[in-house]
Design a protein around this ligand. Structure first.
Ligand SMILES: Cc1ncc(COP(=O)(O)O)c(C=O)c1O
Length: 407
């Protein structure tokens, strides 16, 4: 990769100029997504977080239960959304070496005051929905699928996100399909759908200034989402944050408690509708590219590439790679984080270790989530990452394992 270029950390669908000013798409965005996801109804929201707020606000009106269970390793915005709704976040540790719940801990934490369990499909990978549903069914809790990072993934032939009671997807910058910020809500039960729609109409009004800002950001994103400009808009701020040792800022985990909630306007809907037509083939191409690269990574003794449970088929925006120790992971990042090759970290901490969440979440037992955060790195599956760049990453990882005596 030439010095002045940069691969994005996750493979997002590039936008074309004709997405902004071309002829209107034949199918509106919501209708396209509903058909593709195989559901009768989807609702567009201004972010994945706002979709979750609408889901939780709706459920909190239906039920008097107050606890929401979320995994120890996930996006901090999920915890902020629960707190925003005045509900009680209960952090459940993950099983060793994964982002998925530890079944025994989930079983212990889920009780008659549990409103919902968040089932998280992280980085294109699919969560173990069978275990989660068995636990929630016993206690009468709702399942909310967080498919923010996994639009298009499949669980037993059904789209991830459409299996639980409610599901949401993110259309944020860098995601498969983006409106710069956007979210999609789905729900299985018609009554719940009507209630979600009513909540959305009540708490998500049209706000001109937000829409102007997001439209401008989307245009800037469309222009700059290419290797020649990503150095400037992504790589330079990343390196600057790393130089200052500000890891949370480096990966974009610095979130505020204020969650913007508003309607998505016609311009961004139209851009999304034109681009969405290319999404199914884009996801398929990434999956074809991922297959040999995953095998190449798996051939490196000592590392694990996170995969999917039996019968599911995730998407491949990036690879989640688990190193044998925190030391080996940090050594690998010393060599690769600044190289412009799309190697980075996902969430820096386990949830309770974010300073802005620690007070509200209190002391939770999340040793496995901490271990996952300490040993995991991600490698982009962008098609801009050429074969020889990928081979270089594999060679560096092999070298790290040799130098740290862990292969
Ligand atoms: C797992 C997960 N859940 C929820 C969200 C929130 O989505 P958004 O950024 O669209 O608000 C994100 C954001 O990346 C996420 O990664």
């Amino acid at each position: 990769m030439p010095e002045w270029m940069e691969v994005p950390p996750t493979a997002g669908l590039p936008l074309f100029w004709r997405d902004f000013i071309g002829r209107a798409a034949s199918v509106p965005l919501e209708e396209f997504l509903a058909r593709w996801l195989g559901v009768p109804w989807v609702r567009l929201e201004c972010s994945g977080t706002s979709a979750l707020v609408i889901a939780l606000t709706t459920l909190a009106r239906i039920s008097t239960r107050r606890k929401v269970i979320l995994p120890g390793y996930t996006c901090p915005l999920v915890a902020l959304a629960v707190l925003h709704c005045g509900l009680v976040p209960v952090v459940c540790d993950v099983a060793p070496g994964t982002f998925d719940y530890c079944p025994a801990t989930l079983n212990r934490l889920c009780d008659r005051d549990t409103l919902a369990v968040i089932a998280t499909h992280l980085g294109g990978r699919v969560a173990d929905l069978a275990t989660i549903s068995a636990v929630t069914q016993r206690q009468g809790a709702f399942v909310i699928e967080d498919a923010a990072q996994s639009l298009g993934a499949q669980w037993k032939g059904q789209r991830a996100g459409t299996v639980g009671d409610i599901g949401f997807f993110s259309l944020a910058a860098g995601k498969g399909l983006t409106l710069y910020e956007g979210g999609v809500l789905v729900a299985r039960d018609p009554e719940v759908r009507r209630a979600l729609q009513a909540t959305s109409e009540r708490i998500a009004p049209y706000r001109l200034l937000w829409e102007l800002r997001r439209s401008f950001e989307l245009i800037a994103y469309g222009i700059s989402y290419r290797p020649s400009l990503l150095r400037l808009v992504y790589g330079m701020p990343l390196r600057s944050a790393l130089r200052k040792g500000r890891l949370v800022a480096a990966v974009g985990d610095e979130f505020s408690a204020a969650i913007p909630i508003h309607r998505v306007g016609a311009f961004r809907r139209a851009v999304g509708a034109r681009a969405a037509v290319r999404l199914p083939a884009f996801i398929e191409d990434l999956s074809i590219q991922a297959d040999p690269r995953k095998k190449m990574l798996e051939s490196i003794e000592g590392i694990t590439v996170i995969g999917d449970p039996e019968g599911s088929q995730g998407t491949w925006p990036f690879f989640m790679v688990l190193m044998p120790s925190a030391r080996a992971r940090d050594l690998a990042l010393d060599r690769l984080w600044r190289a412009g090759l799309g190697v980075t970290r996902l969430f820096i901490h386990a949830l309770p270790d974010y300073q802005y969440l620690s007070r509200q979440l209190g002391d939770c037992e999340v040793n496995n989530a901490r271990d996952f955060a300490a040993r995991m790195l991600t490698i982009s599956n962008s098609s801009w990452l050429r074969e020889r760049d990928f081979e270089r990453i594999c060679a560096e990882l092999t070298g790290v394992l040799r130098d740290s005596g862990q292969h």
